[in-house]
Write a protein that binds this ligand. Structure first.
Ligand SMILES: [Zn+2]
Length: 563
């Protein structure tokens, strides 16, 4: 079928393909459905019926259908490279061909379609990102006309829908200075097939190769490892490169949570005695040091000294060989550090304080159900969006035996509850005693931090964050003095939150510009399209499904706007 067929036929073709692209239906099942529809008189999906030699080769149906759905797309062909992975059955390391979607290829097309102005349209002259590109380009003796790119890395639960026994580790790229908002996967790896550090470094070597060609604005003349193109690649890639002008781009930010930074880049983890932070020399014992003259604020690490230490410890990573790429680009993300970290701790403790402050002989459970009613009323009164509301809150939502209170839930739900509890604190935290007033002030300053996400001021944010942190630490100290442990426990994420306020936001501005809400949604979508409806289950096959379904259902950035 040609795409120029009638609108109704095209709509039918696109709709038929959606099931396959979303991972919701297998190629065999879709072909059966299409055949039945055709027998009933439907037109427009003949090409889907031809897949797998008209169904005779069932193993090829899905592959052929995805090719059919990709017809006319601007995306480049996938690049295959051997990477070391763990073979679960053989229980040994094997080299397997793995697919990648190369940024220097799709970005050349995107740049051709809409140009650097659209891909950098929100870049502020004099901003941290602008200065970074200028300084790196100067070093390369190259004009600073690079597209700003961001790298995001995260693991999403994967495997059986009931028991997520595995996770899909996804690398994606985005445009931090564009309102396009697209996230484009580079590749993914299944956790069960990872060889510690070795698999990630092989993936990052290919990413470093493509990013270097983007930094210099050249197309590579050979494969990432210096070997010649294969015959197929030669005919395809050389033709592709002739048709599309080289493009320049630079990595300006790297976003991942603390656990991922440890796994991928071998960064220090949150409880490491010799140091927990890539920006300063803080040790686990320094996480309570929140004053404006805190020691860690004076003892900063430079990217150079940090990388020298990593190298000295034998912790190599190919990404650091890319011009301008260092630990300086690694940002602290609001979702993991505040919503699911500091704010979850503050709200968990505040909820318990509110329950215990209620003047009644009722059990904590009954008191909590009364508090929940007030929360529901306040949601309505403040017109809080349904996507920002907790569906229900019980005592066990924030209180587990033997643990410091911590509110469990989605980041957006926690974000939506902060102003609601702040409003309710006038009613539920009325006592004039020092403890209750400290709890209330701590919540008020957390709320002020959230208010900065709208109209941002780095100075105000640092002031509110510092006051909130000092009050939180004083509550922990007070509880310990009274031998009431397990409340207001200070955790290492408080240090990252302080770094966000003290250091990162002064350079990068409003943290809502680089938080990972969109990336989390994107990761969930990629997980769905990477799923298999039968067939092979390996790191390579899940990455292939994820990438081919992604390119079949999304245009190259800018293509939708082109004629
Ligand atoms: Zn630090």
């Amino acid at each position: 079928m040609k795409r120029s067929h009638s609108t109704a036929e095209k709509e039918w073709f696109d709709e038929a393909g959606k099931g396959l692209l979303s991972g919701g239906v297998s190629g065999v099942a879709l072909q059966r459905l299409v055949e039945k529809a055709q027998a009933a008189g439907a037109k427009g999906a003949e090409d889907l019926c031809k897949a797998g030699n008209s169904g005779k080769l069932s193993g090829n149906i899905q592959r052929d259908m995805l090719r059919t759905l990709r017809k006319g797309s601007h995306w480049p062909q996938l690049y295959y490279a051997d990477i070391p992975v763990w073979n679960v059955k053989l229980e040994k390391i094997v080299e397997k061909p793995h697919p990648f979607l190369l940024p220097h290829e799709w970005l050349a097309k995107a740049n051709f379609l809409i140009g650097i102005d659209a891909l950098n349209n929100t870049m502020q002259p004099g901003s941290g990102i602008h200065k970074h590109i200028q300084s790196v380009a100067n070093g390369l003796q190259n004009p600073a006309d690079h597209i700003a790119m961001g790298l995001h890395f995260d693991g999403v639960p994967f495997g059986s829908q009931i028991f997520y026994s595995d996770s899909l580790e996804v690398f994606s790229l985005n445009f931090p200075c564009s309102d396009l908002g697209m996230r484009i996967p580079f590749t993914s790896v299944q956790r069960t097939h990872l060889v510690k550090h070795v698999t990630f470094n092989a993936v990052l070597e290919i990413l470093a190769w493509t990013l270097k060609s983007l930094a210099f604005g050249i197309f590579p003349t050979c494969r990432h490892d210096g070997t010649e193109w294969s015959v197929g690649e030669k005919s395809y890639r050389q033709k592709f490169y002739k048709e599309h002008q080289p493009v320049k781009a630079m990595l300006v930010e790297i976003r991942a949570d603390w656990v991922a930074l440890k796994q991928v880049f071998q960064f220090p983890q949150q409880n490491e005695n010799k140091g927990i932070c890539w920006m300063c020399h803080a040790k686990p014992s320094d996480i309570r040091d929140c004053q404006s003259n805190a020691g860690w604020k004076l003892a900063r690490r430079t990217a150079m000294s940090f990388h020298a230490e990593l190298k000295h410890e034998g912790k190599s990573c190919p990404l650091w060989s890319v011009p301008g790429v260092s630990s300086e680009l690694v940002l602290v993300d609001w979702l993991h550090c505040c919503d699911l970290g500091v704010a979850a701790d503050v709200l968990g403790n505040v909820l318990l304080e509110m329950v215990d402050a209620m003047d009644s002989q009722d059990s904590r459970d009954i008191k909590m159900s009364k508090l929940w009613k007030s929360i529901l009323e306040t949601y309505k009164e403040r017109n809080v969006g349904h996507d920002m509301r907790f569906p229900y809150l019980k005592l066990k939502s924030f209180l587990q035996p033997g643990k410091s209170p911590k509110l469990k839930g989605k980041g957006s739900h926690i974000r939506g509850l902060v102003p609601v509890l702040t409003q309710l604190s006038d009613q539920y935290l009325q006592a004039k005693d020092f403890h209750i007033q400290t709890v209330k002030s701590c919540l008020i300053y957390l709320n002020k931090c959230y208010q900065e996400l709208g109209d941002f001021s780095a100075v105000r944010f640092e002031d509110s964050a510092t006051r909130m942190a000092i009050l939180y630490c004083s509550l922990e100290r007070e509880q310990m003095d009274m031998d009431v442990y397990k409340r207001w426990k200070v955790k290492p994420k408080l240090h990252l939150f302080m770094e966000l306020a003290f250091h990162i936001c002064k350079e990068r501005g409003n943290p809502s510009k680089f938080w990972t809400y969109k990336d989390e949604t994107h990761g969930g979508h990629l997980r769905e399209i990477a799923k298999s409806k039968g067939g092979k289950n390996s790191s390579s096959s899940s990455a292939y499904r994820m990438l081919t379904r992604f390119v079949s259902s999304n245009p190259v950035p800018g293509a939708a706007k082109s004629k």
